[in-house]
Design a protein. Structure first.
Length: 186
């Protein structure tokens, strides 16, 4: 069976964002497996209109089409989820609304208040409406862990419980990826 192609979506575009740390970390963990190919997809590279916005430029519409086309290359996704005001970033929610995730599994690596859990729970509901399968295990980076990484005192891979959660999530993601890929082919 061909390797599953997993896209790691960087879910924040804020200046000074933390999202690159978990994206690179989970991409490295996934890349060390023999059963997946991994690519980081950064929302900074896809400046899109807001879903349904009338003032959308031609360039924004074209970028949204490029975004959809890019997503079609993947069998599954891991999304980094920043939690602001108990929810995900607007740019991430918008990218989901403008994207195509049908019959593809998705996992989440959250950070912020309570490890991004509230934002992830909201996104699980959104992805159901997108026709996606959310894997059970989430990776939740607490504020204390976030601080040690930002300060350069530790790396995310230094935390055994984060590595364990990420490994479990990736195992589930690969299983669902293969199952849904076979179902799509049938």
């Amino acid at each position: 069976m061909a390797k599953a192609k997993i896209g790691i979506i960087v879910g924040s575009t804020r200046i000074g964002r933390f999202a690159e740390f978990p994206a690179k970390w989970i991409a490295e963990l996934a890349g060390n497996r023999g059963d997946v190919e991994v690519e980081i997809i950064d929302l900074l590279d896809y400046p899109m209109n807001f879903f349904g916005e009338e003032r959308t430029t031609t360039a924004q519409n074209e970028t949204a089409e490029v975004w959809k086309k890019k997503l079609r290359e993947f069998d599954g996704f891991v999304v980094t989820v920043a939690e602001y005001n108990h929810g995900p970033t607007a740019v991430l929610k918008n990218a989901i609304d403008l994207g195509e995730f049908t019959q593809r599994p998705v996992g989440f690596v959250g950070y912020g208040g309570v490890g991004g859990a509230r934002a992830i729970e909201q996104l699980r509901l959104v992805f159901v409406e997108m026709g996606s399968a959310s894997v059970k295990t989430g990776v939740h980076i607490s504020y204390a862990e976030y601080l040690t990484v930002i300060k350069g005192e530790k790396k995310l891979g230094d935390y055994a419980h984060l590595n364990e959660a990420a490994t479990n999530q990736l195992d589930q993601l690969v299983w669902w990826t293969n199952a849904l890929k076979a179902a799509r082919a049938a």
